[in-house]
Design a protein around this ligand. Structure first.
Ligand code: ZN
Ligand code: ZN
Ligand code: ZN
Length: 111
């Protein structure tokens, strides 16, 4: 069954959720923010557009589907994303391994 496309917000978004801040071939992940439940391409897009402070996902909620693969539209749980070795569990598209450095902006006590 085809996966429904989620709405993703961001600045200069392309079809695979790259944004004005992160535009490499591997920057295809969007993250649903805990604070508003909306997918954003990155935290900087959230800061520019949302008008409120970002809230990180506490570990007990890492079972929620909150990470979107921009290549196939698959929604993975936070826990899946944190253990996927920078590949989409559904389509094997490569994610940016450098994102690990930013996990703490999105997920409590990660990275
Ligand atoms: Zn928000
Ligand atoms: Zn951005
Ligand atoms: Zn995928």
């Amino acid at each position: 069954m085809p996966v429904a496309r989620q709405e993703v917000r961001g600045i200069d978004l392309d079809a695979q959720t790259r944004c004005a801040h992160y535009r490499s071939a591997l920057d295809i992940v969007a993250i649903k923010m805990k604070c508003c439940g909306v997918y954003y391409a990155c935290k900087d897009c959230h800061e520019a557009l949302a008008g409120h402070a970002i809230e990180v996902w506490p570990q007990p909620e890492w079972t929620r589907r909150a990470v979107l693969c921009g290549a196939c539209g698959y929604e993975m749980t936070v826990a899946q994303y944190l253990t996927c070795s920078s590949r989409c569990p559904a389509c094997s598209a490569a994610f940016n391994p450098g994102c690990r450095r930013h996990f703490s902006f999105y997920f409590a006590s990660a990275g």
